[in-house]
Write a protein that binds this ligand. Sequence first.
Ligand SMILES: [Zn+2]
Length: 424
Amino acid sequence: MPQCKYGDEVTRATASARTTRRHNAKQCACYREHTTDNAKNATTTPTGETLTAKVDVTSDGGEFIDVQTTEKITNWDHIFKKFDLDPEAFVIEGDSVRMSTWQQSKALEDGTRDIVNLYSYRARFARKTEAGINYAELSDIVRNWSPVTVAKGDNPTTYVIGLADWQLGKGEGDGTPGTVKRIKQSLANIIEDIHSMQKHGSLPSTLLLANMGDHTENVYSSYANQAYTADLNLREQINLALELNLLWIKTLSPYFNEVIYTACLCNHGQLSRQGGKTNMTDDADNATGLIGDTLQTLCKLHPELKHVQFMIPQDEMITLATTSGVNVAMAHGHKISGPEPAWLAKQAQNLAHRRNFNVDIWLLAHKHHASLVDLGPYTRIQATTNDPGSKYYEDMSGMYSRSGTTVFVTGEQLPGKWDHYRIH
Ligand SMILES: [Zn+2]
């Protein structure tokens, strides 16, 4: 299997599909090295004889013009192959096919002449697009996992990790490969932190792995040139997000007695758009919800992951978790309007009255930089990100941020109910 861009293990399931498709569509950088593959494909018996043919190819498809043949075309594979195009990568647009036919006199071997039918075709074709989750590959990743045997934490506290704003598929800077590298580095740093806490006997017994949203970039209408800069399509983004989330769950869960995975609906995750940024359906139609639901299904496949509790919202914009006696309210942050402290105060009032939930910690994301504010009744922690940064934001504000993953520990007995605030 050619490996054009990503060769790394964690991206294997996603990259191989993408790589193969790009390779088949001759979009990959290595194309010239694989012309022999295409020559092999051309051995299929063609239908009739193709006399003349022209093709115009564009980035999303093309058109066959003046294809003259001696037989009716019932299968276009040999025409694609004539132009070194992989028939698997394209589909003929049925309603675009135009055919004309005429008869012509042809000399036979015995010196006599015969009348033959000739056909001329014109047809448009489109590059195939795919949608869906690589469930078979992802379930293999879970089923074939052999967990490490490690001592579990026993402190009556919770280790909170904010997985925020990865925006996988964002092509800016070093693009998705850079983001994946930083995400894995953060995980390695966190394992080191966990080992150090183990040594000091302070490792919490509970893990709160908080998907803070925007793990996928989406491909359309979040900003003007998104479709041209994204380096993964939406299927690839969602599959990669699932693989990476699984990696975090599998790597970290052996260290904790209790594991809670939460998710927050977000702006980049808005699916089923129609021209604008928002859903044409409802708030529940969100990539983070889909990722959470799928992870929940996948984790049931392995006995060592069955204890992972999932809190995946339907259309709620604030996700609530009470862990080690501390009430944590989590929101992506895109719904904040007006000054943030006022919005937090109003929402905290609402949660107290309608849900009987008194917020101790607000955990937010969306702004791509680390920040912690003590607001009195509660502390607001804003998780930072491992994304490649934003030229737009830096041009506008001069600001940029240290990339990483925000962690902290919560516990009822801790001053302010939190401690051990770190960026890994
Ligand atoms: Zn956001």
